[in-house]
Write a protein that binds this ligand. Sequence first.
Ligand SMILES: NC(=O)c1ccc[n+]([C@@H]2O[C@H](COP(=O)([O-])OP(=O)(O)OC[C@H]3O[C@@H](n4cnc5c(N)ncnc54)[C@H](OP(=O)(O)O)[C@@H]3O)[C@@H](O)[C@H]2O)c1
Length: 325
Amino acid sequence: MKAILIEEHTKRLYIGTAPNPVCGEDDLIVRVKATSLNRADLLQREGNYPPPKGASEILGLEIAGIVEQVGNRVTDWEIGDRVFALLPGGGYAEKVVVPGKMALKIPDSLSFSEAAAIPEAFLTAYLNLVLLGELKEKEFVLIHAGASGVGTAAIQIAKEIGATIIVTAGSKEKLDYCLNLGADFAINYKDGDFSDKMMEITQNHGVDLILDFVGASFWQYNLDSISIDGRWILIGTLGGSEVNHVNIGLFLSKRIKYMGSTLRSRTPEFKIELTQAFKQFGIKGLEIGTIKPVIDKVYNWTDVEKAHMRMKENRNIGKIVLEID
Ligand SMILES: NC(=O)c1ccc[n+]([C@@H]2O[C@H](COP(=O)([O-])OP(=O)(O)OC[C@H]3O[C@@H](n4cnc5c(N)ncnc54)[C@H](OP(=O)(O)O)[C@@H]3O)[C@@H](O)[C@H]2O)c1
């Protein structure tokens, strides 16, 4: 099959050939129609984020496509079904192998490109806001990188829950987009310390939950913004991972729960459970359009370099999709 590969020395991406995936008894082989980009792809390409053991070396954490082969023990899918799924790798290719239980049916109202923009962003947001963060109605949630793929999904999930949503982003265009999508407050982090604004918005309560993509550069501001009994979930380190001064006293006095969370390294069993839990929570909303994938731009996969550059330059609002022909 054809797949996007990484040239060893230059790290350039090109369409080459790779072995076809093998269908296990519980698996599907899916003919990929669309995949989408994740920040992790940029890191993996540079050799800084190796795939988990046993996963494909090919980039790509999510796909939408058509079932082409069905494993012997799979009973709920047929050849020709339209499916979308989270992957541990391998999405930048003509074909992928997916455990049957990890696949979801694409709602009739959605195209392949729209469906490919859902799994990683929505499952990450759902895992961290709902299952780990236990976000509740009327709580204050602070979502950093609000216009990112995961951020745009998180805004919509927090809205479904009925939380008050505060986002940060780095431009007026992105802040306006987040407000239109359902955020209640939007703050430009480039203006500096945002903790006073958090106290103003929350009337000195502080934010109950922080979805933190940024890490070190926001460390102190987050610490000053969080409420007593606040939950703070680190899912990325876009702003660095080394913090010089840590006042653990505030963790004690505010009774903060600080959690690190990664999705890719979870077991297939965990990902299947997560997929099924999200199906209960979100598939109806996706069908009727109350929640929707936010697509920044769709490229043909021959333009993968342009697509990666757009993400690297922080220009996207929502997901960048690659169509595969
Ligand atoms: N742990 C997990 O399971 C998991 C799963 C999926 C994604 N992630 C992480 O979630 C983050 C978002 O992923 P994505 O694919 O949705 O990203 P994305 O669409 O590429 O968006 C990332 C955005 O973050 C903002 N940003 C970049 N550097 C920043 C900095 N130093 N300080 C503040 N904001 C910064 C930029 O927007 P502005 O213009 O607003 O600065 C950028 O457009 C990444 O860190 C990714 O690794 C984690």
